[in-house]
Design a protein around this ligand. Structure first.
Ligand code: C2E
Ligand code: CA
Ligand code: CA
Length: 694
C-alpha cells in the first residue's frame, strides 16, 4: 500500500480557507436576510458561488497538500463537476437559512442534503485522480467522514440561521462560528482522506491530460481568496449602505409623521384642526349608523375674547386660547375630540348615551369657561356660547353638522351669550340668509346701493352746526334700507370693508367739498374707520388721495376710530395715527369709555377729540355712576387738551347737563337724525331759521 504524506503549510492554508469561506457564508446570510425583492436572489447566487468556491478550494488545496510517492494529476471534467456540486449544495444551504423559519425537521433534512453534497463533492474530487486500481476506502473512516459532513452541516445551518440578523456582537459571534464550521469542514475532508487506501503500484490516470504540476496550489489559493474577499467586501459595503439608508428612512418617516401631525393639528394649542375634525365626524357618523348610537357636535365660541386680545395683545390672547383648550379638555373622555377650527372657535365631538348627556356636558363647559382665567398675572373673564347639533337628526355630512352647530351657536349668542342652544331647523334659515346677504354685499358697491347719511354735530355753547358724521346705509333691493349693524360686521369678517371704506372716505370728502364750496369752510366731516382698515397698509395714502382729489384742507376731515381699535397693537396704531396727524387730519376716539383704555397710551395718542359713548349719555339722568363717569371723562379730556363730544343726545336734560359739564360739541337725535345730504341741508337751514326767529 502506498503511504501518503501531507505538506503542513498547505494543510494550514486549507484550514484558513475553510474558516474564511465559512465567515463569508455567514456574512452573506445576513445580507440575504435583510435584502428585499430581486436583491435576495442576486445575493443568493453570488453567495452560493463564493461559498461553493471556498469550500471546494479548501478541499482541493487539501488534496494538493497530500503527497503520494507517485505523480498525481486531476481530471479537469471531474474536478469541475466537484466544484459544481459544491456551489449547488452551498446555494441550497443559503436558500434554506434565508427562510423565515427553520423547524427541526427542516434543519435535519437540510443537514442531510448538504452533508451529502459536501461528501459527494469530496469523493467526486477524489475520483478526479482516476486511480488504477481504484481507491479502496476504509468503511469505518468513510462512514465517519459522512457523519462529520452531516453533523457539520447541521451545526453550520443552525448557526447561520441564528446569526443572520444584525444583533450586537454579531461580527464576533460570526467569527467564532466560522472557526467551528471551518474546523468541521476540514475534519470531514481529512477523515475522508484518511479513509482512502492506495494499493501498491497504483497509477494516476489523470496525470496525462489532467491538472497537475507545481503552482496549481498557488493559482487555486489566489483565485479563491479573490472570490471570497470580493464577496466579503461587497457584503460589507452593502451593509454599510443599508445602515445609512435605514437611518435616512428613519428620519424620513419621522419627518413624515411630524408633517402629518402638523397638517392635522392646530399649532397654537396642539388640538386637532378642522381637517382632522371632519375625519373624526365622518368616523363617528359611521359608528353611530352601524351601532345605532348617537353623538353631539358642540360649536364653542368665546364671548369677549376679541377685546382681551385687542387690549392685552396677541401674546396674551394666544396664551388664553391655550388655557381655554386645556380647560375644555379637562373632563373629556379619550374617545371625545376637541378641535380648534378658528380664532376663538372650538368644536367638541362627543359620543352620547342619551341627548341629556349633551345638556349636562354643555352646561359644565359653559361653567368651566366662565371661571376666571389667570394669564401672565392678569385675571381675565370670558364666557362661551355653545351650539349643539345632534346625530342622528341635525345633519348627515360633517359640513352640514358643523354648519348647524354653528347656527345654534349664533342663536346662543343672540340669547345673551354665556350659554348653549340646541340646533333647530329655524336657525338654518338664518345662516342661509347671512350667506345670501354676503353675496349681495359683494355687489352692493358696483350696483351703487351704498349711501352716506349725515348726522349734524353742534357746538354745545352756541348751538351752531360744526360739521357732520358720515354714516353708512345700504339700500338693499329686497330688504330696503339697511343699517350698519346689519352688514358692517359681515364686511369686516370678509375684508369687504376695505373697498367699502375707501368708497366712504371718497364720498364723504366729495360731499364735504360741496359744502366747503357753499361757504361752510369751518365744518368738519367725520368718517368712521374699522379696525381692519386701520391695520391696512394703504390707509394713509387713501386718506391723502381723497383729500387731494377733492381739494380739501386736511383739517376738514375727522377720522373716528373706536377706543378698542386705537389701543389694540398700540405701537402700530401710534405710527399710523402720527402720520395722519402730521398730515393735519383730525382724529377722534369714538365710543370712549367702553374699552380698556390705558391713560399712558391715551396721553401719547395724537388725538384731537374724545367721543363719549352714547351708553353713558343714555343713562345720565338715572344712573349717578354714569354721570360721575361722564364728568370724569370731560375732566380727563380737558386735562389732555382734547375736544369733548357727546353722542346720543336725546333729551333736553342730557343736553343741558353735558353742556354744563363742559362738552364742546353735541350729537344726537334731539338735535338731528342722520339724513341723506339733500335733506341734511334742508334740516340745517330749517333749524337756522328756527333759532334765528327764537
Ligand atoms: P357710531 O360711530 O357710534 O355711530 C353713531 C351711531 O349712533 C349711528 O348709528 C347713529 O345713527 C346713532 N345715533 C346717533 N344719534 C343717536 C341718538 O340720539 N340715540 C341713539 N340711540 N342712537 C343715535 P348707525 O348709523 O346705525 O351706525 C352704527 C355704527 O356703525 C356706528 O357707530 C359705526 O361704528 C358704524 N359705522 C357707520 N358707518 C360706518 C362707516 O362708514 N364705516 C365704518 N367702518 N363703520 C361705520
Ligand atoms: Ca362714530
Ligand atoms: Ca360712537
Amino acid at each position: 500500500m502506498l503511504t501518503g504524506s501531507y505538506s503542513p503549510a498547505l494543510v494550514v492554508i486549507s484550514l484558513f480557507v475553510a474558516i474564511l469561506a465559512s465567515y463569508t457564508a455567514l456574512d452573506l446570510t445576513g445580507r440575504i436576510a435583510t435584502a428585499k425583492g430581486r436583491a435576495v436572489y442576486l445575493w443568493m447566487a453570488g453567495g452560493a458561488l463564493a461559498m461553493g468556491v471556498g469550500v471546494w478550494s479548501m478541499h482541493f488545496i487539501g488534496m494538493l497538500a497530500f503527497r503520494l510517492p507517485i505523480a498525481l494529476g486531476y481530471d479537469i471534467g471531474i474536478t469541475a463537476l466537484s466544484l459544481l456540486i459544491a456551489v449547488l449544495s452551498c446555494g441550497f444551504a443559503l436558500w434554506l437559512v434565508s427562510q423565515p423559519r427553520l423547524p427541526m425537521w427542516q434543519l435535519g433534512f437540510g443537514a442531510l442534503v448538504m452533508g451529502a453534497g459536501i461528501s459527494s463533492m469530496h469523493y467526486t474530487g477524489m475520483a478526479a485522480l482516476r486511480m488504477t486500481p481504484g481507491i479502496d476506502y476504509d468503511p469505518t473512516l468513510f462512514g465517519a467522514s459522512l457523519l462529520i459532513a452531516v453533523g457539520a452541516s447541521a451545526a453550520a445551518l443552525w448557526i447561520a440561521f441564528n446569526l443572520r440578523r444584525n444583533t450586537p456582537y454579531v461580527r464576533l459571534a460570526r467569527s467564532g462560528a466560522a472557526v467551528i464550521m471551518g474546523v468541521a469542514i476540514v475534519g470531514m475532508h481529512y477523515t475522508g482522506m484518511a479513509a482512502a487506501r492506495f494499493a501498491d503500484g497504483s497509477f494516476c490516470g489523470a496525470i496525462v491530460n489532467g491538472l497537475s504540476g507545481s503552482g496549481l496550489d498557488i493559482l487555486v489559493l489566489i483565485t479563491t481568496l479573490a472570490v471570497l474577499v470580493i464577496a466579503l467586501l461587497t457584503s460589507l459595503l452593502d451593509a454599510r449602505l443599508e445602515a445609512r439608508t435605514a437611518v435616512l428612512a428613519d428620519s424620513l418617516s419621522q419627518a413624515n409623521e411630524e408633517l402629518i401631525h402638523l397638517a392635522l393639528h392646530d399649532t397654537l394649542t396642539g388640538l386637532p384642526n378642522r381637517t382632522l375634525l371632519s375625519d373624526r365626524i365622518q368616523q363617528a357618523t359611521q359608528w353611530a349608523t352601524e351601532q345605532d348610537g348617537c353623538f353631539a357636535l358642540m360649536f364653542i365660541d368665546l364671548d369677549g375674547f376679541k377685546p382681551v386680545n385687542d387690549a392685552f395683545g396677541h401674546h396674551m390672547g394666544d396664551q388664553l386660547l391655550r388655557e381655554v383648550g386645556l380647560r375644555l379638555r379637562e373632563d373629556l373622555r379619550s374617545q371625545d375630540t376637541l378641535a380648534r377650527i378658528g380664532g376663538d372657535e372650538f368644536v367638541l365631538l362627543v359620543q352620547l348615551h342619551s341627548p341629556d348627556d349633551a345638556v349636562r356636558l354643555a352646561a359644565r363647559q359653559v361653567g368651566l369657561i366662565n371661571q376666571v382665567f389667570r394669564v401672565a398675572e392678569q385675571e381675565l373673564n370670558i364666557s362661551a356660547s355653545i351650539g349643539i347639533a345632534l346625530f342622528p337628526g341635525n345633519g348627515v355630512t360633517p359640513q352640514e353638522l358643523l354648519m348647524n352647530a354653528d347656527a345654534a351657536m349664533y342663536h346662543a349668542k343672540s340669547m345673551g351669550k354665556n350659554g348653549y342652544s340646541f340646533f333647530d331647523v329655524s336657525m338654518n334659515t338664518n345662516a342661509r340668509k347671512q350667506l345670501q346677504l354676503l353675496q349681495d354685499l359683494r355687489n352692493a358697491l358696483e350696483h351703487r346701493q351704498l349711501k352716506l347719511y349725515y348726522q349734524p354735530k353742534f357746538d354745545a355753547g352756541s348751538g351752531q352746526p360744526v360739521g357732520a358724521e358720515a354714516l353708512l346705509r345700504w339700500e338693499h333691493p329686497q330688504h330696503g334700507l339697511l343699517m350698519p349693524d346689519k352688514f358692517i360686521e359681515l364686511a369686516e369678517k370678509t375684508g369687504l370693508i376695505i373697498p367699502i371704506g375707501e368708497w366712504v372716505l371718497d364720498e364723504a370728502c366729495r360731499q364735504m367739498q360741496v359744502w366747503y364750496a357753499q361757504g361752510y369752510k369751518s365744518w368738519r366731516i367725520a368718517v368712521n374707520l374699522s379696525a381692519l382698515q386701520f391695520c391696512h397698509a394703504g390707509l394713509v395714502k387713501s386718506v391723502a388721495d381723497a383729500l387731494e382729489r377733492h381739494q380739501l384742507p386736511p383739517n376738514s376731515l375727522t377720522l373716528e376710530i373706536t377706543e378698542t381699535t386705537a389701543m389694540s397693537n398700540a405701537d402700530a396704531s401710534m405710527t399710523v395715527l402720527q402720520k395722519l396727524s402730521d398730515m393735519g387730519v383730525d382724529l377722534s376716539i369714538d365710543d370712549f369709555g367702553t374699552g380698556y383704555s390705558s391713560l399712558m397710551y391715551l396721553k401719547r395718542l395724537p388725538a384731537n377729540e374724545l367721543k363719549i359713548d352714547r351708553g353713558f349719555v343714555r343713562d345720565l339722568e338715572h344712573d349717578s355712576d354714569d354721570a360721575a363717569i361722564v364728568s370724569a371723562i370731560v375732566a380727563l379730556g380737558q386735562a389732555l387738551g382734547l375736544r369733548i363730544v357727546a353722542e346720543g343726545v336725546e333729551t333736553d336734560v342730557q343736553q343741558n347737563f353735558l353742556t354744563r359739564l363742559g362738552c364742546d360739541s353735541l350729537q344726537g337725535y334731539l338735535l338731528g337724525h342722520p339724513l341723506p345730504a339733500e335733506d341734511f341741508m334742508l334740516e340745517i337751514c330749517r333749524e337756522r331759521s328756527l333759532s334765528s326767529t327764537k
